[in-house]
Write a protein of this length. Structure first.
Length: 182
């Protein structure tokens, strides 16, 4: 079985290529550092969302009972997790999906500075759509139905990214200026 090691290896290779390119172009050190942090973050998201992590037996037992499908009914999965009365599963699935994308929303304006609000919002929506499409495609391709492509995950991930954007907006201007390399 393919493990999350593949995601980490890809992240290392991408980081090395970026470092080589950025040092040849004489990018400022902070820009390189922030971009490497962003690449590391995206690598961890890919490892968590695209590859099964079988160490969590309580959650795996619950997930194995769910029928694999493309879930397109909004809030159905959220309701199911609130109804099962299992705080741990609720926390991992609901709160975890929100928290996972908060750094994305915060880091987007740092990495891609001076863009329109529309740019940030579209990217905050694109990330969960890419994740869910990839989960569906990988599950279909390898017949590994550990992951379910779910519209609720898109909603929760988008909310998390938007919270990250809001947090960035609340950061004082002098810190934003420092972070944005202005």
């Amino acid at each position: 079985m393919i493990s999350e090691f593949v995601a980490y290896l890809a992240g290392i290779i991408i980081s090395m290529i970026y470092c080589f390119y950025s040092f040849r172009k004489n990018y400022p050190f902070r820009k390189v550092l922030y971009t490497l942090i962003f690449i590391l973050y995206l690598t961890c998201v890919a490892a968590i969302t695209l590859f099964p992590m079988q160490y969590d037996t309580q959650l795996n037992n619950h997930m194995s009972n769910l029928e694999y499908r493309l879930e397109l009914i909004p809030f159905e999965t959220i309701w199911r997790f609130t109804a099962i009365n299992n705080f741990y599963a609720f926390f991992v699935q609901i709160i975890g999906n929100i928290v996972m994308t908060i750094p994305f929303g915060f880091l987007m304006p740092v990495i891609a500075k001076n863009r329109s609000k529309r740019f940030y919002i579209l990217h905050c929506l694109a990330l969960p759509l890419i994740i869910e499409f990839s989960q569906f495609f990988i599950g279909f391709l390898f017949q590994t139905f550990y992951r379910t492509a779910d519209i609720d995950d898109v909603i929760l991930n988008f909310c998390g990214a938007m919270i990250g954007l809001l947090i960035f907006r609340l950061v004082p201007d002098r810190i934003k200026k420092f972070l944005r390399l202005s």
